[in-house]
Unconditional design. Structure first.
Length: 217
């Protein structure tokens, strides 16, 4: 593991820090850190930067409330740039956008479309729960309640088993249906995707520790 002394700061004592949403992988913003702001970031687990224009430290979110809770900090191979993985409390951009990176310089050749993520789908599902939309199947499920959602999960699970015995393409289709209904169940029970990630991560750590113990015994 690197220490702050291993990093390469520029002639002004600064190092670029790129903030990445730990759940979605979306790039949120870029700012500069000096040794003091990096130390504060590590100590508080909140993103803190050095403002070149104001010549002072600034803790992201101190004014807006959009704190950036740090999960991990990684240096590049040259050790002169940082990736800071965060869980944001709100928009990263001062304009109120989720990310500061929104304006195309070289647009995609194909028709631009919104990037799909499971987290984005989950937010859409939660929106259908909080603000039901007439004709929406998702809103219909929430309206019918937990028993209906559980019944659908049972049905979709059976269809996955049948499809997996027949055809890969069919299995992909049915697994997608099952994942969707599991997300609906999670939203109904106020379970976040991150809760599942943390649970799986904890199992991975335990499994890795057990394997290490077996190797040394």
């Amino acid at each position: 593991m690197l220490s702050i002394d291993d990093l390469k700061f520029d002639s002004n004592g600064l190092i670029p820090a790129i903030l990445v949403d730990d759940e979605t992988g979306n790039v949120l913003m870029m700012a500069y850190m000096n040794r003091e702001s990096l130390n504060i970031s590590v100590e508080k687990k909140l993103a803190c930067f050095w403002s070149r224009s104001r010549g002072e430290l600034w803790l992201k979110g101190e004014t807006s409330g959009s704190y950036m809770h740090i999960r991990e900090i990684v240096a590049d191979c040259d050790r002169d740039t940082l990736l800071v993985y965060v869980k944001p409390d709100g928009p990263a951009c001062h304009l109120g956008n989720e990310s500061c990176f929104a304006d195309d310089v070289m647009p995609r050749e194909q028709e631009k479309h919104e990037r799909f993520t499971l987290c984005g789908l989950m937010e859409l599902i939660k929106g259908r729960k909080d603000s039901p939309v007439e004709g929406s199947y998702t809103s219909y499920l929430f309206g019918k309640g937990l028993d209906k959602i559980l019944k659908k999960i049972g049905e979709e699970s059976t269809e996955v088993v049948i499809a997996a015995k027949n055809d890969r393409k069919e299995a992909v289709y049915e697994i997608s249906d099952l994942v969707y209904h599991l997300l609906v169940l999670m939203a109904e029970m106020n379970i976040d995707i991150r809760d599942i990630i943390l649970e799986l991560a904890s199992r991975h750590v335990i499994d890795k520790k057990v394997k290490q113990e077996k190797m040394t015994s």
